[in-house]
Write a protein that binds this ligand. Sequence first.
Ligand code: HEC
Ligand code: HEC
Length: 208
Amino acid sequence: MADRVQACTPCHGEQGKGTNDPYFPRLAGKPAGYLHNQLEAFKSGRRKYPPMNYLLAFLTDDYLRQFAAYFADQRPALPEKPPTDASAAVLDHGHALVTQGDLDRSIPACVSCHGGSLTGQEPGIPGLLGLRASYISAQLGGWRYGTRTATAPDCMQLVAGRLTEDDVRAVAAYLANQAQPADPAPSAAGSYSLPFACGSQPEKGRTP
Ligand code: HEC
Ligand code: HEC
């Protein structure tokens, strides 16, 4: 694997710990199921980013699973949080959406799926800490404009579709400004139930 991942580390960093490029995401420690879903999504074109789409087009599913397992197992230190230029009002708005959502606009709290400590849940829900604001807002934009989609029901598309540009800027700034959790590991599968169904996180006894 150490040889094979050299195809990935120029953009994703040693052990997938990320690089200084704010748009290249960290991969280390994300749930293997989540990483595999993303590789499959790039391979099939369900998630669009041409360099990733081309790179994966001819790889077998077995390879994709090995890459996902490798990066899920890496535990390099989380990066220092970058300084923010967001105002206190913007950070407060982000804090409110992330921790409480906005009932009037049917926006669920991000913590209701990503977990109280925002470290995600096995196998399909990623943590949201250790990512840069520009990456987070680009992903939410991808869902809003249809260049990123997940298995139906695509719950993130529903969530992102209810956010305004200002909401996106605020949650991205707030998330990127959080201190790193003492234990970044995602919580166990089924450790809490989701407010509504997500195709990438099937739950026992729930029909979408
Ligand atoms: C040319 C730079 C580049 C290379 C090389 C590259 N990636 Fe990526 N990768 C990216 C970028 C940029 C994104 C985010 C794209 C987006 O906006 O959807 C990404 C996204 C991902 C994601 C989704 C991350 C997430 O949190 O959703 C995974 C998984 C991934 N890459 C795995 C790999 C693997 C495995 C390799 C090597 C086989 C690789 N990448 C090689 C640039 C690259
Ligand atoms: C109903 C559950 C649910 C809620 C609520 C939710 N998410 Fe998600 N989120 C998911 C799932 C599932 C994924 C993985 C989707 C996939 O497989 O691509 C995800 C992925 C993401 C990603 C991609 C991370 C990466 O590494 O690329 C971001 C960013 C994100 N969510 C932000 C948010 C924000 C911000 C909120 C609150 C406004 C939120 N989510 C609320 C379920 C949820």
